[in-house]
Design a protein around this ligand. Structure first.
Ligand code: SF4
Length: 472
């Protein structure tokens, strides 16, 4: 379905010539969702509907949801409960439209409209490009459910709103064909589909021209990308992106261990502008759990891959995802996960308790692990990782490195950024105040979850400083 033409401003809720239209988008989950929110904001901005940070003044409220864990899904519905109250309170004045988008939208579809009478439409992740059309249909009286996976999915990227972003995100592959037994993503994001190299490189060049120094390639299984026309693989794409003039830092997420090839490993060693940081979800250190998860690799093959990657790129930082309390996980299985964390020394770990998702096979594959046991395992794992992380961060003290500026710090006069190895770093304001700019810093102190640094090119003294103070 093609998007409708320009959305006339007249007819939006609470329409009045003097009042600018506003949209509020709340986003949960992964980078794919973040980019989808930018796509939706762009479509609305094209119609003159500008973002607001206050849902109470919004004409359109979009909840871009995540269903990877039960908790994330619960949050969306509780937020919907809050927004429906705004809507009731504003009846007849400027009633906002409320749309449920993202993976929960795909999963619950029409049921969401029944559950929440104030909800105006449901828009699945593969239908994001149809937002304008869906709003037009709603204005014509229809409560729209746009879910599923149309054969013709477009990657219209020219209407993305990248305002306030410090990195240029580029989808290279959508959906997932793997069948990990705990994961709902193949149901919510549909089958895998890659974009062509030509299209991707055009977007990368556009983002560089726009001023982005860091480019992040996105996909649920990013290294499974293959050009649908030429058959080139992710190793070719990595090289082509790294060679694009102006790409100072290149990252990609999320890699699937089994899909790494020796050529991909070699490219990571070859190009200095490929970030020396890799997110490589392993999920468990136990072969029996990995097998029941349907991951298609063993702990030994994961160790081997990490050895190859670290041999190719000195100082490569690795992060991972781990699930504890997977059905049937024994103390021995859990000990294997702890052993892996100790041996591989990840720079960060995203660890979660197993959470059953509807329609997945995992709940049938083993005895559920009691909640207190899963809680205890999670705490043990996090405590181990915290110590490792602090040590790894301490090893960086005294080093000078280039930092990508990602925002302003909580303390006045401070900024935050990311090191090439993706650590969060806080530092006093430097000469560059542009979000997405780069500056050099010296690491002064390590904390468990971040670093403190001094900029090597501090901000010039403010103009209001006394000249005498400057001279003394
Ligand atoms: S690779 Fe596995 S965990 Fe990752 S999105 Fe696909 S099914 Fe889910």
């Amino acid at each position: 379905m093609s998007p409708a033409g320009a959305l006339p401003l007249a007819g939006l809720p609470g329409d009045s010539a003097a009042r600018p239209r506003r949209c509020f988008i709340e986003t949960w989950g992964c980078q794919m969702n973040e980019l989808d929110s930018q796509r939706m904001a762009g479509q609305l901005m094209e119609q003159g509907i500008l973002p607001t940070r206050d849902p109470q003044e919004a004409d359109i409220i979009l909840l871009n949801s995540c269903s990877v864990r039960e908790k994330a899904e619960g949050k969306v519905f509780s937020r919907l409960g809050e927004y429906r109250l705004y809507k009731r309170g504003r009846k007849g004045v400027a009633t906002p439209l409320i749309g449920l988008c993202g993976c929960v939208a795909q999963q619950v579809g029409e049921r969401a409209l029944k559950k929440v009478p104030e909800l105006d439409f449901v828009l699945g992740p593969a239908r994001v490009g149809e937002l304008r059309d869906v709003i037009s249909r709603r204005r014509a009286g229809e409560r729209v459910v746009a879910t599923g996976f149309p054969a013709e999915r477009s990657f219209e990227m020219d209407t993305i709103s990248r305002q306030g972003e410090y990195k240029g995100m580029v989808t290279i592959i959508e959906g997932c064909d793997k069948k990990c037994t705990f994961c709902i993503v193949p149901t919510t994001r549909g089958p895998e589909r890659s974009r062509t190299m030509e299209e991707i490189l055009a977007e990368v060049r556009h983002l560089v021209d726009y001023g982005f120094l860091e480019i992040e390639l996105l996909g649920q299984t990013v290294n499974h990308w293959r050009d649908p026309e030429t058959g080139e693989d992710f190793a070719d794409l990595l090289a082509a992106c790294a060679k694009t003039p102006g790409v100072r830092r290149l990252r990609f997420v999320t890699s699937y261990p089994r899909d790494f090839t020796p050529r991909m490993v070699a490219q990571i060693g070859e190009y200095a502008n490929i970030s020396p940081y890799l997110h490589l979800p392993v999920q468990s250190g136990s072969d029996s759990v990995l097998q029941r998860m349907g991951r298609g690799y063993s702990a030994a093959s994961y160790y081997d891959l990490v050895d190859q990657l670290r041999a190719a790129r000195a100082g490569l930082a690795l992060s991972t995802d781990l699930i504890v309390g997977f059905p049937g996980e024994t103390e021995e299985d859990f000990a294997a996960t702890l052993a892996m964390v100790e041996r591989l020394r990840f720079s960060s770990v995203y660890a979660f308790k197993y959470s059953p998702r509807p329609g997945t096979a995992a709940p049938r594959l083993g005895e559920p692990v009691d909640r207190p046991i899963a809680d205890r395992r999670l705490q043990t794992l996090l405590a181990l990782q915290e110590g490792i992380q602090r040590q790894l961060n301490e090893e960086l003290v005294g080093e000078e490195m280039e930092v990508l500026i990602t925002g302003w710090g909580k303390q006045p006069g401070t900024q935050t950024g990311r090191t090439p190895c993706h650590r969060v770093v806080h530092f006093p304001t430097c000469e560059t105040d542009r979000l997405g700019g780069m500056t050099r810093v010296r690491i002064e102190k390590a904390l468990a979850h971040s670093l403190l640094a001094q900029p090597l090119t501090p901000a010039p003294a403010p103009l209001r400083s006394s000249p005498l103070a400057v001279l003394s």
